[in-house]
Design a protein around this ligand. Structure first.
Ligand SMILES: [Zn+2]
Length: 260
């Protein structure tokens, strides 16, 4: 599904493009190379790859998988994609160790406890090839991405900024969603204090297209949604969390109806 001149949605639960446990997966046409922002849990990888082909691209042109943060729903499929393409996996320096060893991952532990994974699914670690830090610029083909670390949802959460012609695009992972909702969870690594400290790094970016890790994206006036999150985080009332409204996603019985 083409979203901007260079950006395509190739995986998603809410848009029905891949497995119900997948995040939004975005493909960016960087000219001679392709980049994938997040790649889902791993159960929908074949659909993600066929969506890339269906969008008119050869998967062999994929050179970069950029991971927004270390929650496995955003990178679990990366090992399979790395084996099938030329892609290297890029993650934040702060996320490399949790991806490389998932034995003590609190999110996976809770999902297993609540029976949210389909039977037969075995989460596997994945060692990234390269890492980025806050403020890094990564050139892929003729596109330059700026990495903006915003801690809060996790310690390694990073937003990716790039200009698509005149459209300023920001991939936000689970940091900021439509309507300025944030990715607040009752989970180790998630911190309101971090959010309050770092959210202003997204101010004044003049974002047009806001591409979050789940659910609705916007193609215009994205900065308004960010400003709402910044405003909410300046108040003392708990800001709205995206995951509160989308509780059904985490309901085991609901998932069973989707996954059969
Ligand atoms: Zn997350």
């Amino acid at each position: 599904m083409r979203l901007t001149k260079r950006t395509h949605l190739v995986g998603s639960e809410q848009f029905g493009l891949s497995h119900p446990l997948d995040c939004n997966c975005y493909l960016i046409d960087c000219g001679s190379e392709l980049a994938l922002v997040d790649c889902g849990l791993g159960l929908g990888t074949e659909e993600v790859l066929s969506n890339i082909t269906r969008s008119g691209f050869e998967i062999e042109r994929l050179t970069h998988i950029l991971i927004t943060h270390s929650h496995i729903g955003h990178w679990g499929g990366s090992e399979t994609i790395r084996k099938r393409t030329k892609a290297r996996i890029w993650a934040s320096t702060l996320g490399v160790s949790s991806m490389s060893n998932i034995d003590n991952d609190p999110g996976i532990r809770i999902n297993v406890k609540f029976g949210r994974y389909p039977s037969g699914f075995v989460p596997r670690s994945c060692v990234p090839d390269s890492s980025f830090s806050d403020g890094d610029q990564i050139k892929i083909g003729d596109v330059e991405f700026r990495m903006i670390q915003v801690q809060g949802h996790t310690k390694d959460s990073t937003c990716f900024l790039f200009k698509d012609d005149s459209t300023q695009c920001l991939f936000t992972g689970d940091t900021v969603f439509y309507a300025g909702k944030i990715g607040l969870l009752n989970l180790e690594g998630c911190s309101l204090e971090d959010y309050r400290r770092d959210i202003s790094k997204l101010a004044d970016l003049n974002v047009d297209a806001l591409f979050p890790g789940h659910s609705v994206f916007v193609l215009n006036r994205g900065q308004k949604h960010i400003e709402r999150a910044i405003h909410k985080l300046s108040d003392f009332v708990l800001p709205e969390s995206f995951f509160e409204d989308n509780e059904f996603v985490w309901d085991r019985d609901y998932l069973k109806t989707l996954t059969g």
